[in-house]
Design a protein around this ligand. Structure first.
Ligand SMILES: CC(C)(COP(=O)(O)OP(=O)(O)OC[C@H]1O[C@@H](n2cnc3c(N)ncnc32)[C@H](O)[C@@H]1OP(=O)(O)O)[C@@H](O)C(=O)NCCC(=O)NCCS
Length: 163
């Protein structure tokens, strides 16, 4: 019913428009966006979901971030068009994204979001991991893609250092 493909440069503005529709105005003022400034997303993990007519129904992006001396993937933004919410597309994008991330060797994923939703994908509150303020610590969640990947990983989340 939905086709998932890696986002291409041609998809960028369509995905931006979907995010603008689904999030409150000023989304780019959120502190999590400062972690993305001037950093490329992880291209093979940015996915577009199109319906049978080729219309964009959902999208997810991932960015690399630094957690103290370790790297992690920042999940988001993710959005599903209001006409398709509740059909399992959000779950499909997250599960597919996490699976692809694991296959690429990423070990841990972090996000800022609602635990009641993300808990179903294995995300739990990360103690001792600080997103840029102001971020409610209860919304800082993580999942390990390899065993114990979050053990001992603590500290401030910062923009990845340029290679
Ligand atoms: C959050 C979002 C991506 C979920 O996508 P979706 O395709 O509707 O989700 P799914 O169909 O996989 O799951 C739907 C279920 O999640 C629940 N759910 C959705 N958002 C939730 C939230 N913020 N908190 C708790 N539960 C949530 C729904 O109530 C529904 O529950 P049910 O399975 O018991 O019926 C989508 O609602 C959206 O784009 N929202 C606006 C943008 C946004 O908030 N993005 C996330 C920022 S952290």
């Amino acid at each position: 019913m939905f086709e998932l493909t890696a986002e291409t440069p041609d998809d960028w503005w369509e995905v931006e428009a979907l995010y603008d529709l689904c999030f409150a105005p000023g989304r780019e003022a959120l502190s999590s966006y400062r972690l993305r400034d001037g950093v490329d997303p992880v291209a093979p993990l940015c996915l577009c979901a199109r319906d049978g007519d080729g219309i964009l129904a959902g999208a997810i992006r991932f960015w690399p971030v630094q957690v103290a001396n370790d790297t992690a993937l920042l999940l988001g933004p993710i959005a599903v068009h209001p006409t398709h919410q509740g059909e399992g597309l959000g779950a499909l994008l997250i599960q597919d994204g996490l699976q692809r991330a694991g296959a690429l060797g990423w070990e841990r994923v972090i996000l800022v979001g609602d635990a009641p939703y993300y808990g179903r994908f294995g995300f739990v509150r990360l103690n001792g991991v600080e997103m840029p303020p102001p971020t409610n610590p209860d919304r800082v969640l993580g999942v390990a893609l390899s065993q114990d990947a979050w053990n001992g990983v603590q500290g401030r989340v910062t923009r990845i250092k340029p290679a």
